[in-house]
Design a protein. Structure first.
Length: 228
């Protein structure tokens, strides 16, 4: 009866892959197996001094850094980030981050992480969007790595303008001083995994890291779902 009911529901509300639009099989979530295997993974977690880590050289002391897949404007996989960020499809961030965390757990890449910390949104942006996409990426990482997630110690205190059409220097000045560490005791002595949806210049993560490093003996690693 359950299969019959699901088939009837599927006629009116088809469960489609967000990339190719094909019907999903019962065991598939958001992405069909074909599109999932075609995601252009970076595999940066397998390499020391990888390109993600290099983006933060000379900016702050980074322990480890990686992104799950490559993002390019106009590619089919741009749909994944659009679904996550603008189309209220929170689950896709959690699903893909869970897969990424499973792969990284196999080689102990983030083994000594103490806490997962998503990049926070300004309260006005959070109210407008209704959710923080970075939190859903963080959920996927925290669940698989079996770590706690902290969404309160770091806050965004300034509502800066969108980064989308800004250059490197403009992005840096646009994010300078926008974050504040409100609970130093909560992060003292902790290895924090800072999590976001996409990495471009790294200015947002750098600003967050500078705030977190005001805590005593803090170590920072970085994970983003995608890297431009």
């Amino acid at each position: 009866m359950n299969d019959f009911a699901n088939n009837i529901i599927g006629l009116f509300y088809p469960n489609l892959c967000v990339i190719c639009g094909e019907n999903l099989l019962q065991a598939e979530e958001q992405l069909c197996l074909n599109c999932l295997t075609e995601i252009p993974r970076t595999n940066f977690h397998l390499h020391a001094n990888n390109p993600v880590e290099q983006r933060f050289w000379g900016k702050f002391a980074l322990t480890r850094g990686t992104s799950y897949f490559f993002f390019q404007k106009g590619s089919a996989f741009q749909k994944v980030l659009h679904e996550l960020k603008y189309n209220n499809n929170k689950e896709i961030g959690k699903i893909l981050a869970s897969r990424a965390a499973s792969e990284m757990r196999d080689n102990s890449y983030f083994a000594d992480i103490d806490v997962v910390m998503p990049i926070p949104l300004h309260p006005k942006k959070l109210q407008k969007r209704g959710y923080n996409q970075a939190e859903w990426v963080g959920m996927g990482m925290a669940n698989i790595l079996e770590k706690t997630m902290d969404t309160t110690s770091l806050v965004k205190i300034k509502e800066n303008t969108t980064q989308t059409k800004k250059g490197v220097f403009e992005r840096f000045t646009n994010t300078e001083g926008v974050f504040e560490l409100q609970n130093r005791d909560a992060v003292a002595g902790k290895h924090i995994l800072v999590v976001d949806d996409v990495l471009t210049t790294g200015s947002t993560i750098e600003a967050a890291a500078q705030a977190l490093l005001q805590g005593d003996n803090v170590k920072i690693s970085v994970f983003t779902l995608a890297v431009a």
